[in-house]
Ligand binder design. Structure first.
Ligand code: ZN
Length: 468
């Protein structure tokens, strides 16, 4: 198949852009990329399509989310800490059973993929319901997205800080967690899906658990994930218990390395940034989720300066609330400008790189994805540049990032297969997914008592059924 006559943003090492270019796909991989005038002879049987008025670029890479949380959208806004503990956190985990995991994942995946995400990373709890993640992985498989799905585990018995404490029924033994990761890998690993172990954090997990999960990743060749340096409170608790920050603790435990991907990484000292660069550890920067919980501004400028492999993530719908990767690109830059009091920081080009080739580097998958170059997977998106929000098109890259119109994404290809055509997903039916999410959320709200909390949250006089 050849897509031609469109602007082609390659994101290759030289950042070549063709104003009227083509992308030639063969057996799921990129065969050739270049100027439309130079396609040359095309063998009979090759499907040649014109994409005039469009821009073709690599598929977007979302380095952090929680697919199952799709159905938790809208619930956590300005939630008081007391409600978060009594209803929002542990009771929700209890209520998230397999069908809820699947429904949440279908919603998050449909949202992400129709706006251009072709590779996505998601963390899913393995306790207390052991098969919720199976529901998630079924949805991932069905959606045809390229994904890394981590099984998150927690086992710390330290209850000295309320926010880091883990109730007994959610803890598990390292051996049991390792067995479960291996079971999921056998059941779901494929060309596109990789199941990985995740120790949730250095405070919510014992050192034995962190090392056991890292060991599973070494033995199975998978990624190893963690959430670290996510809040000032976590940093202070880490210093109190361990005498240093979370990344320093990861270094001490020997779990930093190229297969390691950490989410958030907001509160880091200079030495920790150097450790991340030295060990080529990937970082997912999640600016919108960080702001949602007022967790602080990450040191993005310093991470990039140090040569750390940084990508961007939306995080789950319970901490964002959308899965809008375009908004995440924009806010990554805006928050950093504010933090540095420097309006000249970064560029729209940097934002797009963070969501494509740099995201691929954070995942150590740059040999397969993140740019349009011969030999790489044919993961790319087609954007309608004739939208009002993207006009005048003279500054199209700036407009894509700062004018921010996710609806401009028209088609999405993964391994050369068109999975989204004119905004319609080939495998996830919109009406079914939306209805399934409504039903699944209803169960969770009833079971956790969040329904009555939401009814009391609104200050307006509602005359109808039960929406808030
Ligand atoms: Zn997260």
């Amino acid at each position: 198949m050849i897509l031609k006559d469109s602007m082609v943003v390659t994101m290759d090492d030289e950042r070549n852009v063709y104003e009227s270019g083509y992308v030639w796909v063969k057996n799921g991989a990129i065969y050739r990329v270049g100027d439309s005038a130079e396609i040359g002879e095309v063998p009979a049987g090759v499907d040649v399509r014109s994409a005039r008025g469009c821009l073709v670029m690599p598929g977007l890479i979302n380095c952090h989310s929680h697919f199952s949380n799709g159905i938790l959208r809208g619930i956590y806004d300005e939630m008081p800490l007391a409600v978060w503990f009594s209803k929002g956190m542990w009771p929700v985990m209890e209520a998230m059973e397999r069908p809820a995991g699947k429904a949440g994942a279908e919603l998050a995946l449909l949202e992400q993929m129709t706006i251009g995400v072709t590779t996505s990373v998601s963390g899913e709890f393995g306790t207390p319901n052991g098969d919720t993640i199976d529901g998630v992985l079924e949805a991932v498989h069905q959606s045809r997205i390229r994904a890394i799905v981590s099984r998150m585990t927690i086992d710390s018995a330290d209850e000295s800080s309320a926010s880091q404490a883990v109730p007994r029924q959610y803890r598990e033994k390292p051996d049991d967690a390792a067995k479960e990761v291996r079971r999921l890998q056998r059941a779901f690993n494929s060309d596109r899906i990789g199941v990985a172990p995740e120790a949730l954090g250095v405070l919510r997990c014992t050192p034995e658990m962190v090392q056991a999960m890292h060991e599973v990743s070494v033995e199975t060749g998978s990624h190893f994930l963690m959430h670290v340096a996510s809040s000032k409170e976590e940093r202070e608790e880490s210093y109190r218990r361990l005498g240093h920050g979370s990344v320093a603790e990861m270094k001490r435990l020997g779990v930093l390395g190229p297969k390691t991907l950490i989410a958030h990484a907001i509160w880091l000292d200079d030495a920790e940034i150097d450790h991340l660069a030295e060990h080529q550890t990937g970082v997912s920067h999640n600016p919108v989720a960080n702001a949602y919980y007022a967790s602080g501004f990450a040191r993005l400028a310093e991470l990039l300066e140090a040569g750390v492999r940084v990508g961007l993530g939306v995080d789950g719908a319970s901490t964002n609330n959308g899965q809008n990767v375009w908004e995440t690109m924009k806010m990554a830059l805006l928050f950093q400008k504010e933090r540095l009091s420097n309006a000249s920081f970064g560029s729209a080009e940097l934002a797009l790189e963070l969501m494509t080739r740099r995201g691929a580097m954070a995942l150590h998958m740059e040999d397969q994805i993140g740019s349009l170059e011969p030999g790489k997977r044919a993961d790319f998106i087609v954007i309608d540049t004739e939208r009002v929000s993207l006009a005048p098109a003279h500054t199209v890259i700036s407009n894509l990032v700062y004018s921010n119109d996710p609806g401009a994404v028209r088609d999405v290809y993964i391994d050369g297969e068109q999975v989204v055509a004119s905004g319609v997903h080939k495998y996830l039916n919109r009406a079914d997914v939306v209805d399934g999410a409504r039903v699944a959320q209803g169960h969770v709200l009833e079971r956790t008592g969040l329904k009555s909390y939401l009814a009391s949250r609104s200050k307006w006089k509602w005359k109808g059924a039960g929406m808030r």
